[in-house]
Write a protein that binds this ligand. Structure first.
Ligand SMILES: Cc1ncc(COP(=O)(O)O)c(C=O)c1O
Length: 374
């Protein structure tokens, strides 16, 4: 069976975990969390990075930092993971969904302006499959209406837009290091703060609303509760594991892109399917390879056919506006035409670092065979 995802193991995780056990320093802010922060700050040329327990945590921190409260409106695509919306719903925000572009599955930047009201506070740009949203346009709109931009770059580490790393373009960027991502620590994340004015408060919020960091830096003689917050920072067990993965990021990304390219080459002449489109401004990270089939019925049959041939393939997000919670608690601006049609047709094929090139050839042979036999 070719399974859908195998989490990456670099071989150095054990060594770094042993170092943590030897040092007996487990909480955040020690050796490996500092190393991970610095590594990401250098890669992104970003002002400040904090390591969190998940991308969901990073998004929740962003919502607090932007003072989102009851009735504030937040614009995002409906074609995203539930955590993108939850972070703002938890603060009482009104979620306003905008349709996606069919080529990248990202928010359609040409439809954002129509969704803005005097209550709008934030635009969330979700970089689906590690392919960038049209960021110049989004940042321009945000500037015009004085809004903040949060990049949900959960899937986008090592991806670029016009040469710049994703996560470094908005006021804040959020990464996921969940085991399903290119680089991981089982469950983890990072908040990337590109706007200096958020740094001090981010440190307080991440430490349960206390000024503990100031205490550790001898700036106050005891620490105390000064703001709202939660326990958002990840521990050394997670960051030591993650650090071994960050060290291998170039090699991992290169291999994933090579596998992605092979899929693309093998399938580009198959008339019955559509393949992902990478805009010329974007360099992606090989996070997802998907095909689009004629319709939902064809996709269901393809999933069955691949399964019968030992291949596990998966569809992706059910649009949030059509979910039981979303139907009652969220809003749409304009229709969700592409969100609905494209999410029904999209099928992800296995893609992970350890996947063999021969396995990709086998998978693409079976995809083609489906149309001949079917
Ligand atoms: C677009 C997007 N945002 C947020 C998340 C949440 O990430 P985490 O599991 O690290 O909280 C995911 C997870 O897959 C995601 O795909």
């Amino acid at each position: 069976m070719i399974i859908f995802n195998v989490p990456l193991i670099t071989g150095n995780e054990q060594k770094y975990l042993n170092q943590v056990l030897k040092n007996q320093e487990f909480t955040s802010g020690k050796l490996f969390s500092t190393r991970c922060c610095k590594w990401i700050e250098t890669l992104l040329k970003s002002e400040k990075v904090l390591m969190t327990n998940s991308c969901a945590n990073a998004l929740e921190m962003s919502a607090i930092l932007m003072n989102i409260s009851s009735g504030d409106e937040v614009i995002m695509p409906s074609y995203t993971f539930v955590s993108t919306a939850n972070a703002f719903v938890l603060r009482g925000a009104k979620i306003v969904f905008v349709d996606i572009r069919p080529d990248t599955m990202n928010i359609d930047e040409t439809k954002i302006e129509a969704a803005i009201t005097d209550k709008t506070k934030v635009i969330v740009a979700v970089h689906y499959a590690g392919v960038a949203c049209e960021m110049d346009t989004i940042l321009e709109i945000a500037k015009k209406y004085n809004l903040n931009v949060i990049e949900d770059a959960a899937q986008a580490i090592m991806s670029r837009y016009k040469g710049k790393m994703l996560g470094s373009l908005g006021n804040i960027g959020c990464y996921s290091f969940h085991e399903t991502k290119n680089l991981h620590c089982g469950k983890g994340g990072a908040i990337i703060i590109n706007d200096k004015k958020f740094i001090e408060r981010a440190q307080i919020i991440s430490e349960k609303g206390t000024n503990r960091l100031k205490f550790l830096m001898n700036e106050v003689d005891k620490y105390t509760w000064v703001d709202i917050g939660s326990s958002y920072l990840s521990c050394e067990l997670n960051t030591s594991f993650l650090y071994s993965q960050l060290e291998m990021s170039e090699e991992v990304t290169k291999k994933r892109i090579a596998l992605w390219d092979l899929y693309y080459q093998n399938l580009k002449d198959v008339l019955e399917i559509e393949l992902p489109i990478i805009p010329k401004e974007c360099v992606h990270n090989g996070h997802i390879f998907y095909i689009k089939l004629k319709d939902l019925d064809t996709r269901t049959k393809m999933i069955e056919y691949l399964k019968d041939n030992g291949i596990s393939a998966a569809f992706h997000y059910i649009p949030l506006h059509s979910s039981p919670f979303g139907k009652l608690n969220t809003f749409t601006s304009g229709n969700m035409y592409y969100t609905e049609t494209e999410s029904n047709r999209l099928l992800r094929l296995p893609l992970f670092y350890q996947l063999q090139f021969e396995e990709v050839n086998y998978i693409t042979d079976k995809v083609k065979e489906f149309f001949i036999k079917g």
